[in-house]
Design a protein. Structure first.
Ligand code: GRG
Length: 294
């Protein structure tokens, strides 16, 4: 399979499991499950699950990486639902559709996000109970990535920085934690489930590759905010500009922000080559992430 076929195949396998393995909208309380499924099944690039599957496919094992892929996307989706709320980014549009609180109401969106957090850990606990130490390790990795010193911490500092003049230190902190931590952890969780998952040196390289991919992803995200349309993005374009968000584009301009995205991608490519294994797909994915249009 070439790169686009493999990417499509990963995404399709993921979508199937998303429908089959999670609570149905008809299950009581149906409004809550409907809201959770509304946001989970609204599409999106499925980058984090694809990274889990790519990390696993570096050194394939018999362990099923899909529950870990579900877990990271579930956490990511909760963070998007809460990020769109009026108290945070106040966004009406997400993944090309009305955001969760717009399609339902604010209280339901808060509860849907809340309920997604334990659902992610339930996926891991159920799927990997046969290998309890690995299961616990995955739970720990995801808990740290989603916690107060990573995803939520990055979001806090991002909110505090709004409207202030850009500072490289704050921006680096926000990007490393709000965005790159979940991207890094997705790749790492997939790798932990691979045949070589216990190799400490390789784990460190995988983490570094994931962090660089995450930083490149965020730099591209900042660029797309000013270069893409709302239709292309599926969320409001120029939103960062309008809310005076601290971004690399605002601090460095388009040209230098682009150079930064390229530099992080180059670093990720170096690390992925050093990891070895069946890394062809991951190398192509890193390049694809740099060229993406949404
Ligand atoms: C509320 C705890 C909490 C965190 C919110 C994810 C996030 C932190 C904010 C989203 C706002 C934003 C545009 C962040 C920049 C990068 C990012 C994480 C974008 C969304 O991820 P994509 O582009 O989205 O992978 P899809 O819809 O494709 O899954």
């Amino acid at each position: 399979m070439n790169f686009p076929e493999k990417l499509k195949s990963f995404q399709e396998q993921f979508e199937k499991r998303l429908v089959s393995d999670l609570p149905k909208s008809t299950e009581r309380p149906s409004r809550l499950h409907e809201a959770m499924n509304y946001s989970l099944q609204a599409g999106g690039k499925r980058l984090r699950p694809v990274l889990v599957l790519s990390g696993h496919s570096l050194f394939p094992s018999k362990l099923d990486p899909m529950p870990a892929a579900l877990a990271v996307e579930i956490i990511h989706t909760y963070s998007l639902i809460h990020d769109d709320l009026p108290a945070m980014d106040d966004s009406d549009l997400r993944r090309g559709s009305p955001s969760c609180h717009r399609a339902f109401d604010e209280a339901t969106a808060i509860l849907a996000g809340d309920a997604l957090i334990p659902l992610a850990f339930e996926q891991l606990a159920r799927a990997y109970q046969g290998s309890s130490s690995l299961g616990l390790e995955l739970v720990g990795l995801l808990a740290v990535a989603a916690g107060s010193q990573k995803l939520v911490g990055g979001q806090m500092e991002d909110l505090l920085a709004e409207g202030k003049s850009p500072e490289a230190d704050t921006l680096s902190y926000v990007h490393a934690n709000k965005t790159a931590a979940m991207i890094e952890t997705s790749l790492l969780m997939g790798f932990c489930l691979s045949e070589n998952g216990g190799n400490i040196e390789l784990r460190s390289l995988v983490s570094q590759a994931g962090q660089s991919l995450g930083l490149a992803f965020q730099a591209v995200d900042d660029l797309l905010d000013v270069t893409s349309t709302t239709e292309e993005l599926g969320k409001e374009a120029a939103h960062d500009q309008d809310t005076e968000k601290m971004t690399w584009v605002r601090m460095l301009g388009v040209k230098q922000a682009n150079e930064l995205a390229c530099a992080h991608t180059e670093q990720a490519l170096r690390m992925i080559k050093e990891i070895g294994g069946d890394n062809h797909f991951l190398l192509k994915l890193a390049e694809h992430m740099l060229r993406r249009k949404n």
